[in-house]
Design a protein around this ligand. Structure first.
Ligand SMILES: CCCCCCCCCCCCCCCC(=O)SCCNC(=O)CCNC(=O)[C@H](O)C(C)(C)COP(=O)(O)O
Ligand SMILES: Nc1ncnc2c1ncn2[C@@H]1O[C@H](COP(=O)(O)O)[C@@H](OP(=O)(O)O)[C@H]1O
Length: 322
């Protein structure tokens, strides 16, 4: 019967009611509410903090006007965390994840390049979120989704100097230019809805790392955090029923689960969450932050929730730690 599973003994039948797979676990509920809370916290801070309110704000670039008048170090685009961490964000997520994947004892022999089932499935999940990151921020058969959305909602590249001099047809940039090439050419990217690329990348990258690392570590420390899945016959079971054969360790010889790889990945996720707070406080409108969040959550839903409901997808990309 969907929604339950039963265990028999000689005298009675115990019905175990399991939470449906599409309902987030306690950990996921905490994570899913953490992100909107951070965005609200940062935005409310910007509304209330006197120095942030007083600092001139440029609605075209969605940032504080000039570095000299920025209300904090983190309100400057040139801050080192932005330049070396967020602007290279996917490289940090990728490197820390593969370091974790190839050094954690639960996925295979640490520091060996042997491709176990868990490693292959982990790499596939990374591949899907990476394709999503590319489509949204880098390239989607031409300009990425963020730039296409900007143009579709009425935005364009305004190159005032060149237009004044009669050197450009103002309709051409509207069709062909991306946000990056527009700004690099001295134009102003204005008029449309600019989904926050920072919010998108920071939410996607950190939630990906947390989903991948926390379940592996919690599972191996015997946590009660249970994920459920639909089986092919519609029964709801614990995801554990599909766990790959693994070595059973005695208590004394159990390998360390909080490995350096797990700590580095959680460090990257933690710094991403801090930078998300800074982005929420000093950049973008409420709506741009919200759309960045929703576009990131779409991939998280596909990779971590849908496989629990669709066995065929789970058979390909699996569930972290299983
Ligand atoms: C079914 C699964 C199939 C699996 C196959 C998947 C194959 C995918 C291969 C693709 C290779 C990608 C390799 C990725 C490695 C890297 O990360 S290298 C690139 C590093 N670059 C970054 O990290 C840039 C991050 N920055 C941004 O995205 C943007 O600057 C921004 C933060 C979104 C802000 O944008 P602005 O325009 O500056 O506002
Ligand atoms: N936390 C942060 N720290 C510094 N700059 C940030 C930031 N969040 C956003 N920005 C800047 O605000 C602009 C819009 O960001 P996004 O659309 O990616 O959210 C980008 O400017 P540039 O494109 O001029 O670098 C980006 O660098």
């Amino acid at each position: 019967m969907p929604g339950s599973s039963s265990a028999n003994d000689h005298t009675s039948t115990t019905i175990i009611r399991r939470t449906p797979p599409y309902i987030p676990t306690t950990l996921e509920t905490v994570l899913l509410s953490l992100y909107p809370s951070i965005l609200i916290l940062g935005s409310v801070f910007a509304l209330l903090d006197p120095s942030t309110r007083a600092a001139p704000y440029n609605t075209t670039t969605q940032s504080h006007h000039a570095p000299e008048t920025a209300p904090s170090y983190f309100a400057k685009k040139s801050n080192l965390f932005n330049v070396f961490f967020v602007k290279q964000g996917w490289a940090w997520v990728t490197c820390s994840y593969f370091f974790f994947l190839f050094t954690h004892p639960s996925t295979g022999t640490p520091f060996s390049l042997v491709l176990t089932r868990r490693r292959i499935r982990g790499a596939l999940r990374w591949g899907i979120v990476t394709i999503w990151w590319i489509v949204i921020t880098q390239w989607f058969f031409g300009p990425p989704f963020i730039d296409r959305g900007f143009v579709l909602t009425g935005g364009q590249c305004e190159s005032l100097e060149a237009a004044k001099a009669g050197e450009v047809d103002m309709d051409m940039p509207r069709l062909f230019v991306t946000g990056v090439t527009c700004k690099a050419g001295g134009g102003q990217w204005r008029g449309g809805h600019d989904i926050s690329g920072h919010v998108f990348l920071l939410v996607l990258g950190s939630m990906f790392l947390l989903e991948e690392v926390l379940y592996v570590v919690l599972r191996s420390t015997g946590s009660k955090e249970e994920r459920t899945v639909y089986m092919l016959d519609g029964a709801v079971k614990s995801a554990e029923v599909e766990a790959a054969n693994e070595i059973q360790y005695g208590t004394a010889e159990r390998p360390k689960m909080w490995t350096i790889g797990a700590k580095v990945a959680l460090g990257v996720a933690g710094l991403s969450i801090y930078m998300l707070l800074m982005t929420a406080a000093y950049f973008h409108t409420w709506l741009e932050k919200l759309t960045g969040l929703l576009v990131a959550f779409a991939a998280i839903f596909f990779v971590y929730f849908l496989p629990r409901v669709v066995p065929a997808l789970r058979g390909i990309i699996g569930v972290p730690g299983i």
